[in-house]
Design a protein around this ligand. Structure first.
Ligand SMILES: [Zn+2]
Length: 309
């Protein structure tokens, strides 16, 4: 729970399906997608965007790149801070966008690196000597689009007690540690802290199992509204989150055919039906709104720590 709310507190985001989507995590120096208006919304936080992960070529996810580069170059701040843009390989539209930006932009005062990546790609984000190594990983999203689409997740390499020692009393563990060595008691495992689906039908359970925070496409409120494959419904996301024991969910990319009030109204029913009991927010324009809290009084409330927590 601690990490879940911390991640939400660290997020600067925007979501309006078909128009623009982007989510900055200040703690990871990481930007998921870069729709129109990204630099304007992030303002000074844009200097945090060291790693930029573009999920797919659609304009609402990539149309803000030029503005981001120019803001990095010309507004007051760390103008020479390097930036790496990961984008899907096997995406001719992304290659065209990249070539156009390379030609069209002036000489930038910061090193800009473009890296075409596919599912399984990994980038170490933590420093070499970090106690808990942190990796960024790309995976295939199920967006039913003409070109390759990705999602991304952050994975921490942690240690835990081997299963045969779980449940032993602390004194017994301490005795064993002296006898066979601390390392013999422990095993490595990978823990997803943060998962971003990009635009996608529900992700496979294995990708999100045990995640602290899941940002998932929730374009439709109910399965009945799904007109085509390639996007998920709120109901499907909550079902996935329950099955995969996800601690917190931020619904993103929700269609603005619904009002925020109608989403809130449907939520008790959807939570009951799916049995999801974790923390729940929705990214609605530039606000991160709590959905599992009280029904009244917050709809047009100010962006505040209470709203986010
Ligand atoms: Zn899309």
């Amino acid at each position: 729970m601690g990490l879940t709310t911390h991640l939400v507190d660290m997020m600067e985001g925007y979501s309006k399906a078909l128009y623009s989507s982007f989510y900055l995590f200040r703690n990871y120096d990481l930007l998921f997608d870069c729709g129109e208006g990204c630099a304007a919304r992030l303002d000074r936080h844009q200097f945090r965007a060291r790693w930029v992960c573009i999920s797919h070529y659609h304009h609402d996810h990539s149309g803000g790149l030029k503005g981001l580069f120019l803001a990095r170059a010309y507004t007051k701040g760390s103008n020479d801070r390097e930036m790496t843009v990961f984008y899907p390989d096997r995406s001719p539209s992304m290659e065209r966008l990249r070539r156009w930006l390379d030609r069209d932009l002036p000489r930038l005062p910061f090193p800009l690196e473009w890296v075409a990546v596919g599912p399984g790609f990994r980038q170490r984000l933590s420093l070499e000597d970090a106690r808990v190594p942190v990796d960024l990983e790309a995976f295939a999203a199920d967006h039913a689009a003409r070109e390759a689409c990705l999602g991304f997740r952050i994975v921490e390499k942690r240690k835990r007690l081997r299963p045969q020692f779980v449940g032993h009393a602390p004194e017994e563990i301490a005795r064993l540690a002296r006898q066979i060595g601390h390392d013999a008691l422990m095993e490595d495992f990978e823990k997803p802290t943060l998962v971003y689906s990009g635009d996608s039908d529900p992700l496979p359970v294995e990708l999100v199992r045990g995640a602290d925070l899941l940002l998932h496409d929730a374009t439709f409120l109910s399965d009945r509204d799904k007109e085509e494959p390639g996007h998920a419904s709120v109901e499907q996301v909550l079902e996935l989150a329950r099955t995969a024991h996800v601690s917190g969910v931020v619904l993103v990319h929700t269609s603005h055919r619904y009002s925020l009030r109608s989403v809130r109204k449907a939520m008790p029913r959807l939570l009951r039906r799916t049995g999801y009991q974790g923390n729940l927010w929705i990214q609605w324009l530039d606000q991160t709104e709590r959905l599992d809290g009280p029904l009244d009084g917050e709809v047009n409330g100010p962006r505040s720590e209470e709203v986010k927590k």
